[in-house]
Design a protein around this ligand. Sequence first.
Ligand code: ZN
Length: 237
Amino acid sequence: MFKLFLLASIYIFALGKNDKVQIATIQFKVIQNGDSDRRYIWLHGDEQTARMALESHMKKNQGKAFLVEGILRESEFYGGIIDPNRIFSSLGAKANIQKYNPRWTRKEKEERLLTIDKDRKIFFKKIFPKNGELLIALHNNYKGYNINKELGRSDAKSVKNNQNPRDFFICTNRSDFEILSQSPFNVVLQEESPKKDDGSLSWAAIRNDIRYINIETRLGWLSQQKKMLNYIEKNLR
Ligand SMILES: [Zn+2]
């Protein structure tokens, strides 16, 4: 009887709503609400405004959200660290391992790169939506980064006079861009892969033909990020 009970609990646990997924040592908590195939991801643990906006959004809206574990920008990685938004191509991951863990031996670097390379396809299967739904990433920025830094690699832009340049959307689909350019918010379209792939999720989304939107706001501007999320919810199908 006890065994049966134990088995049942393990089964329930495995099917639990709050599963985890991981790529190499980097873990993500999963929040699912309803059956919608819309996906959300939060990648940088120090960008707490984005986490709050996403967790609050998931209470009222359908979809599946992936939230990185930890509170630092870089994730723990085999005793070293790595930027979770630089592992989505082999070249990007390789450069990132080198940048943060220069003292590792060549063999350590190679083996650890191999684990990311092996896990990446499975991870993409879990986080990429099917049937043309959206993948929405949420980020926050500090002083320095703003929409002007993205204009050079963008295919179209809509920059509003009354909006802070540090709050903007980056999207990869032209129809989404056309709708977002009618919004009160700044937006750029990036539909081509860059020559030098840095391993960020946006370029992986382009390569895999995924509709992707990054909602970028100043750290601490929670209401602004919530407004931008709601605008997508109301206007993009
Ligand atoms: Zn970020």
